[in-house]
Design a protein around this ligand. Structure first.
Ligand SMILES: [Zn+2]
Ligand SMILES: [Zn+2]
Length: 255
């Protein structure tokens, strides 16, 4: 540079500076056309991965609200994807810690997410669903037992110790009945009385009626397999007189 500088003189300093300033603006405008936003340059989510590494994952178990404790940065895929699911490797918490209680008895639920069987029914807001369905709804989480059964039992006992101290306050907050052990009574064991009203009128004749009977048979078979104490009543509506001739329940049974 010094060699070039020594060989060239600046005849008109003002013109030189003006040209220089214009050139500067041109170069800046040229660079502005290139997206340089950090989010665009960070195509591999490096920032998020580093944050995850430093502070840990912020996701909480949708059932017990225990924080996800897996190091997502050990895997290449995005946290929550099928091979990098959120999970509580150190064990989930008691469901009661997130306000879960049993129906009817209102007992605080002292089981952990690992204890719940696929067929067990849980109530989420107005919806009843099997645990297997809940897990499907939260496919970004792995609820499987990761530790050994002995470790899980030890952890469960520790949680019960903590529960004895903080449980009454949480029960007051969530409107649950404070207990230190659950009288387990799965919902499937509570006898229910099913009443099936079959529309046997003319409009249901033929295939529709056969399909309906098939459905009823499957339902009965399933209930028998469950070996529950449920009762089932089946009423053929064609023996009930509907005032206007059509199967209108409002008119037949009152509002
Ligand atoms: Zn959980
Ligand atoms: Zn996570």
């Amino acid at each position: 540079m010094s060699q070039i500088y020594n060989n060239i003189s600046i005849g008109n300093l003002t013109a030189f500076l003006e040209t220089l300033m214009n050139e500067k603006d041109k170069i800046i405008n040229y660079f502005i056309t290139f997206p340089s936003d950090f989010n665009i340059l960070d195509t591999k989510s490096t920032y998020k991965r580093l944050l995850d590494k430093v502070r840990g994952c912020l996701e909480k178990c949708p059932c017990c609200r225990r924080s996800c404790d897996i190091d997502h940065t050990l895997f290449k895929s995005i946290p929550g994807s099928s091979d990098n699911q959120h999970c509580c490797r150190l064990g989930h918490a008691l469901r009661a810690m997130n306000g879960y209680r049993y129906e009817i008895t209102d007992e605080a639920s002292l089981v952990m997410c690992e204890h719940i069987q696929a067929e067990q029914i849980i109530v989420v807001g107005p919806i009843r669903k099997r645990w297997s369905e809940f897990k499907k709804d939260h496919y970004d989480w792995n609820f499987d037992l990761i530790m050994s059964v002995d470790e899980l039992n030890r952890l469960h006992n520790k949680f019960l110790g903590v529960w004895a101290k903080i449980g009454p306050e949480l029960c007051g907050k969530y409107g649950m009945k404070f207990v230190t052990t659950n009288i387990l009574r799965p919902i499937e064991e509570i006898p229910l009385h099913y009443i099936l009203l079959l529309d046997g009128f003319g409009s249901m004749k033929g295939q529709l009626w056969n399909d309906l009977l098939d459905g009823v048979k499957k339902f009965l078979k399933y209930r028998l397999l469950r070996n529950s104490a449920n009762r089932i009543s089946i009423i053929n509506l064609s023996i009930i007189a509907f005032p206007n001739g059509s199967t209108n329940f409002t008119n037949a049974f009152g509002p």
